[in-house]
Design a protein around this ligand. Structure first.
Ligand code: AMP
Length: 395
């Protein structure tokens, strides 16, 4: 069967041109399956993960409608994290660049006043976390959503598991009943079903089955090492993969901070993002990594879901994630959009059961990483111990 085209799905010329410029040659599966409905004013519920192209899937119909009828506060997209909200806004602006589409991002941890100023400029699309959107609805003069045309829930399962239910229900009472709603979720939970009943009208259900499968272009290995030499082996791996765009995942904020200090003491160009940093710091770090100023990003699971960072070549699980699904999300940061990538998981004597749980979730045995010369690695011990001592003092 011939591959579908955006034009063939009913996408207008202006948007076809915009997505072509963004390098989208063909619609992704979720786009191909949802656009015929969403462009015809149907509500949809899409079971799809980040990486499937779902952002464009919901942005395109909104922008196409906006072309006909430009007006402020046209769409509201809600997403669980600040970083995802920023990413969504960026995609709306890129696809809507031809009409000068304006967005406002309303997320916690950033200044309410500057967000209120952004709202006063009458953006077409608002992207935010439910808490902050509700906050502005209650407190920002002149801001209302009485004419909203599109409501989008992104990662609804996560929105609901983060206790945003109350704010979501409040927002639902303040927007028109006549509207279109798109609900995207990685999993179907009973809370998502409840939200579906409360907010969607006769939705078309589209399921893109990428569930807990890692892609074939991803090489996945584990490295079995004694816990006490973890930092040393990490440094050794980084010297082996020098020049690779790398994300290192840790379990705790403190660990991510400490690793960042250790690596900086050893002259690696590393930045760090975790939930304890202020939002502005997180975005700065992320941008430095995205634009290549820094080759190494150290992150907690805050960053493991959804972040779209182009061309990550290597993911290192410094701490193996105890929640197996986090493994899939973490390694999904590489080998994206047809590129190849590698994931290395550091496994210590305490982690074997966790590794087995991950293997059973992804239905695949990880292969041991063979190019690890322990003798060469352990030569680094003294300098890593010293860098660690300094890092502990700095903390
Ligand atoms: P998402 O699932 O929305 O986070 O999208 C994941 C990545 O795929 C983003 O970098 C998008 O820019 C990209 N993308 C979305 N649609 C397409 C497409 N049709 N062709 C190629 N890349 C796409």
């Amino acid at each position: 069967m011939a591959e579908k085209t955006f034009a063939g799905l009913g996408v207008c010329d202006e948007i076809c041109e915009a997505v072509r410029k963004m390098g989208y040659k063909h619609p992704s599966k979720i786009q191909a399956e949802s656009l015929p409905y969403t462009l015809k004013d149907r509500d949809i519920i899409g079971l799809a993960e980040t990486g499937s192209g779902k952002t464009a899937a919901f942005a395109i119909p909104v922008i196409q409608q906006l072309l006909d009828d430009p007006q402020p506060f046209f769409a509201l997209a809600m997403s669980p994290t600040r970083e995802l909200c920023v990413q969504i806004a960026e995609q709306f602006e890129a696809i809507g660049s031809l009409i000068g589409l304006r967005t406002a991002v309303l997320v916690g941890g950033l200044d309410m006043v500057s967000q209120a100023i952004a709202l006063s400029k009458k953006p077409h699309v608002i992207v935010g976390t439910p808490g902050r959107v509700a906050d502005h609805l209650a407190n920002t003069k002149g801001f209302h959503l009485k004419k909203l045309r599109y409501l989008i829930f992104d990662e609804a399962d996560r929105l609901l598991s983060m206790d945003f239910e109350k704010q979501i229900n409040l927002i639902l009472t303040q927007i028109p009943k006549e509207r279109n709603t798109f609900l995207f979720s990685a999993t179907m939970t009973s809370k998502v079903q409840k939200l579906e009943r409360a907010s969607l009208k006769d939705p078309v259900k589209i399921e893109i089955n990428t569930k807990y499968k890692t892609v074939d272009a991803l090489v996945q290995n584990y490295i079995f090492i004694p816990a006490k030499h973890k930092e040393t082996y990490l440094v050794f791996l980084l010297t082996q993969f020098v020049g690779h765009k790398t994300i290192i995942f840790t379990t705790t904020c403190a660990q991510s901070q400490k690793l960042a200090l250790i690596l900086r003491n050893l002259n690696f160009k590393a930045v760090n993002i975790n939930g304890q940093l202020a939002q502005a710091q997180r975005l700065t770090a992320l941008n430095k990594f995205k634009n290549g100023e820094r080759q190494i990003l150290i992150a907690t699971d805050v960053a493991s879901r959804g972040l779209d960072i182009p061309a990550v070549e290597l993911v290192i699980n410094f701490d193996i994630p105890s929640n197996s699904k986090d493994y899939v999300h973490r390694v999904g940061r590489t080998a994206r959009a047809g590129k190849t990538g590698r994931a290395l998981t550091m496994v210590t004597q305490y982690d074997i059961e966790v590794l087995q749980k991950i293997e059973s979730l992804i239905g695949q045995k990880l292969v041991e990483y063979k190019d690890l010369d322990s003798k060469a690695a352990l030569i680094l011990t003294d300098s890593v111990v010293e860098a660690t001592r300094l890092a502990t003092m700095e903390m």
